[in-house]
Design a protein around this ligand. Structure first.
Ligand SMILES: O=P(O)(O)OC[C@H]1O[C@H](OP(=O)(O)OP(=O)(O)O)[C@H](O)[C@@H]1O
Length: 342
């Protein structure tokens, strides 16, 4: 089967992993580049076959793959990144609107794997750059503490704030735990609303306890729970269960990453008004698009400098790919994306 030639006039070629086609089209519509294609299937023994069906030689590639349920497609992702590099891509960027493995960021029990570090090491070995939105940075100050490639960390709080301002007349912005203070305070300031933060104690993967401070002064306002991730949903469920005890109506919910594992959405919905999420993870609650945010940030960060595109490390010489004109990216040379928009 022929490789499809692509125009050299677009800045990037955007290649979606399976399930990310709509997001890739949105990125293209937002001006990030043009969409390319892959072919992938499983061999009878379960191993993964991948083929880049677009010509990536000399191109800056954006591989688009949200990383909810990351274990299912991880090898495919790595194989594609390595294939793009070996086929002469000038640069390979992972666009992961949701970044996985950010929560096991330390050894909570003796013997546990610190998967945040391991995952970062694996991604860093195959990609030149990483673009993501609101990674769950709890005990790390920035992605650069984990990833040794260039990273661009974007924030959805302004988009959530704009949705709240457009949809709720008198909102009270509520975060379910101290960690959410950063988002709820930014959102509340942007829309001129009050905010409050609850107290959460996590007992296990699915076992959380949420306590309310005295919020009765705001009981005439419409509560809107804001969080970065809804996974088991139990944080939001516990928060939503508590609010009526202080005279509140059912809360609305706005989350960045709506994973909503298992039956969590069905358990949460009866306790809430509207539930919205960004499209970092494809879900029925998606109401806030991230493609424009990502496309604009990539364009801004890609301000071209003189000379050829520089790699963090030289691509490996595989096959018959010509590599003339591509130089290496010395570790001492500050890369243009360092720190990004952390
Ligand atoms: O839907 P759930 O399964 O309740 O998970 C979502 C919650 O978990 C995360 O915080 P977490 O309690 O894990 O805090 P930490 O990892 O930053 O300690 C996240 O910020 C949400 O509040």
């Amino acid at each position: 089967m022929a490789i499809v030639p692509v125009s050299k006039n677009f800045p990037h070629i955007i290649i979606p992993l399976p399930g990310n086609e709509a997001f890739a089209r949105d990125l293209a519509s937002a001006g990030a580049g043009e969409v390319g294609a892959i072919e992938t299937r499983n061999f009878p023994d379960g191993e993964t076959y991948v083929r880049l069906a677009s010509d990536v030689a000399g191109r800056a590639v954006l591989l688009v793959s949200t990383l909810a349920r990351p274990d299912e497609g991880f090898l495919r992702l790595i194989f594609l990144a390595d294939a793009a590099r070996s086929l002469g891509a000038a640069e390979v960027t992972l666009v992961a609107p949701y970044l996985a493995y950010m929560r096991q960021d330390r050894r909570f029990q003796p013997g546990e794997a610190v998967t945040s570090r391991s995952f970062a090491r694996l991604i860093s070995s195959s990609f030149d750059r990483l673009v993501t939105v609101d990674p769950h940075l709890h005990r790390y100050p920035a992605l650069s503490a984990l990833y040794d490639i260039r990273t661009l960390t974007l924030h959805a709080a302004p988009l959530l704030a704009d949705w709240i301002a457009a949809s709720i007349t008198k909102p009270l912005v509520i975060g379910p735990d101290e960690e959410s203070e950063q988002w709820v305070s930014a959102i509340a300031a942007r829309i001129g609303a009050p905010h409050a933060v609850l107290r959460k104690i996590r007992h296990g993967d699915r076992d959380v306890e949420v306590a309310l401070p005295d919020l009765s002064q705001w009981s005439d306002l419409q509560p809107v729970l804001v969080d970065d991730i809804a996974s088991s949903g139990n944080t939001l469920i516990e928060a939503a269960r508590q609010l009526p005890s202080q005279g509140f109506t059912r809360p609305d919910v706005a989350v960045v990453h709506g994973i909503f594992a298992g039956d969590s959405y069905a358990r949460l919905a009866p306790l809430c008004g509207r539930i919205v999420s960004t499209n970092s993870v494809s879900h029925a609650s998606n109401a806030i698009g991230l493609a424009r945010l990502i496309a604009d940030a990539v364009a801004a960060a890609d301000t071209p400098g003189p000379g050829p595109i520089r790699h963090r490390r030289p691509p490996e010489p595989i096959d018959d790919v010509e590599r003339a004109g591509i130089d290496s990216f010395p570790a001492s040379d500050p890369p243009p994306w360092t720190g990004g928009v952390e």
